[in-house]
Write a protein that binds this ligand. Sequence first.
Ligand code: ADE
Ligand code: ZN
Length: 341
Amino acid sequence: MPNLSTMDDFVAVLPKVELHVHLVGSASPETVLELAARHPDAGVPTQPQALREFYTFRDFDHFLQVYWAVQSLIRTAEDIRVLVVGLARDLAAQCVRYAEVTVTPYNHLLDGLPGDALLTGLSEGRAQARAEFGVQLAWCFDIPGEKGTAAGRETLVFALRNRPDGLVSFGLGGPEVGVGRAQFAPAFTAAREAGLRSVPHAGETSGPATVWSAIHDLGAERVGHGTSSTADPRLLDYLREHQIVLEVCPTSNVRTRQVDSIDAHPVRRMLDHGVIVTLNTDDPPMFGATLNGEYLAVGRTLGLTPAELAQLARASVTASFMLEGDKTAVLAEIDQLASAA
Ligand code: ADE
Ligand code: ZN
């Protein structure tokens, strides 16, 4: 039995799942530096210190500019495989058993990565993640909202035509201001009719009206971030009553300057209101985040006990799109650890 005397020890061995992490945003600094040296035209630093500075974001739009520059470095199936396997390695080291990983096919195609190469890299990486690290990966294909309804249609067609193993959900990312959710309703309706689950970003960089729209227009079952939901008590009631899950990414929100600090994050009010909260990293190395770090930061800020941290881990498993049998297995692992703590 591991020594569980501190919160760090407990979180380190707590079996977890990650429901909101972007593939490009999970690239390790080593991988980014190597790709940047190969493609100096992209404007991404090739030295560690300069990359750390590059990852200091003035605001959310600046973050997206940086994210897109890194995304443009990815040109081959092998690049994708390396990203997927690197993510699985990082997840396994944190006792993460399963992750839903967001991929943005439309942007990769625009950057010159052929669709077949994207699919090959995902499939090979996923198989290796399972075989080498025991981590199960699922995919969310998301629309880059800033590219408009054409991107919505093309993301839908790419998802449904290819339907890779592990594809479970359909998302919407990028900026929210000036990018109404409702315009993507036809793509989400078709995706949901085809069996994909709806997980758009909303309420990360705009107010609660965006979260309402994600629910009513896009049929959101889980909302990416949903930070601004706490500004509308009726919305919190609705989220609780309909068990719509928030994919909360506290460090991301601090690093993109949407909230001042972890202490100031509305996660406490979400939990106090009975809303289902899951903890996630979004774009971990870009934000200097880890999933263990998110549990520790929230655990310390809210003064959570090991039992309450285990309950957060269970909430993510329950809200995931894993097969029921796989959920039961991870829940049993959590129960076993929690009863020993
Ligand atoms: N793409 C990558 N990270 C994102 C975020 N935090 N919000 C919206 N789109 C994103
Ligand atoms: Zn995100």
